[in-house]
Design a protein around this ligand. Structure first.
Ligand SMILES: C[S@@+](CC[C@H](N)C(=O)[O-])C[C@H]1O[C@@H](n2cnc3c(N)ncnc32)[C@H](O)[C@@H]1O
Length: 241
């Protein structure tokens, strides 16, 4: 993709993201700002940590907060803003089945579980590293979401073919050169109107073949969300009949 097209896509995305961020509720009771969350898009506009609506949300948010403070080292977690974006997208499309490639210690999975608790949905998540998988199991348990999470340990390139659709969201955040393979295997299982979301899709890290695949297929509509680690959001279009 040419640099001009990339810059124009990023510009569009920043506008969309600003709209999403402006729609968020105000500060919580403590008035705390989120870690690493600076002003967004204008003076006086800034992200605030989410305010728990009920005890279940609070249990998940408390674990996420603890992970943010103590477990980031070596676990390659998405930035908090990207986790919040995943939650917003999953809850807003009423996702019932999210498939995640790259669990790590469960950080991004927990953000998605915030949505899935509300929608009555479930998460299937894949992790090849036994140590991180063990941490994720523990984190899911103490956040009270282990009942809605299936963690598949092993190489997702092999195991993802066992996923039974329909899938509402496929979230890809593992080996970057494998993104096209994951897309090829998951796209037929994603329902029309569902999303394929990929992390670290930015000018430094994006896999060119994957970017080509999500930006040239007429069945797909993709924008790039430039804030945070760089996220591509791809809609699998419904039929136009
Ligand atoms: C960037 S981290 C995921 C971070 C996680 N999504 C989060 O934000 O908390 C990528 C993870 O993918 C895992 N991974 C890499 N290749 C994999 C494969 N072939 N199958 C399953 N997991 C894989 C790595 O072990 C690593 O834990």
């Amino acid at each position: 993709m040419s640099k001009r097209i990339w810059i124009s896509l990023v510009g569009t995305t920043v506008l969309v993201a600003a709209g999403l961020l402006l729609a968020q509720p105000g500060p919580g009771p403590g008035g705390r700002r989120g870690r690493g969350m600076g002003p967004q898009g204008g003076q006086g506009i800034q992200n605030r940590v989410p305010t728990a609506k009920n005890a279940k949300e609070k249990a998940i948010l408390d674990v996420l907060d603890e992970m943010d403070r103590n477990q980031r080292g070596g676990n390659m977690n998405v930035p908090m803003e990207d986790g919040r974006l995943l939650r917003l997208l999953a809850e807003s499309i009423g996702a019932k089945h999210v498939v995640e490639i790259g669990t790590s210690n469960g950080y991004s999975g927990l953000w998605q579980c915030l949505a899935l608790k509300a929608t009555g949905g479930r998460l299937t998540t894949f992790e090849i590293d036994a140590g991180r998988a063990a941490m994720a199991r523990e984190n899911f348990k103490r956040a009270g979401v282990d009942g809605i999470v299936t963690l598949v340990e092993g190489d997702a390139h092999e195991k993802v073919v066992e996923v039974v659709g329909p899938v509402d969201i496929a979230f890809i955040d593992a080996d970057k050169e494998g993104y096209t393979d994951y897309l090829t295997k998951l796209l037929p299982k994603v329902r029309p109107g569902g999303l394929i979301i990929a992390h670290n899709v930015n000018p430094q890290m994006a896999d060119a073949e994957f970017v080509q695949a999500i930006t040239t297929n007429p069945d797909l509509e993709t924008i790039f969300y430039a804030q945070g680690g760089g996220v591509s959001v791809t809609l699998k279009k419904r039929g136009m009949e």
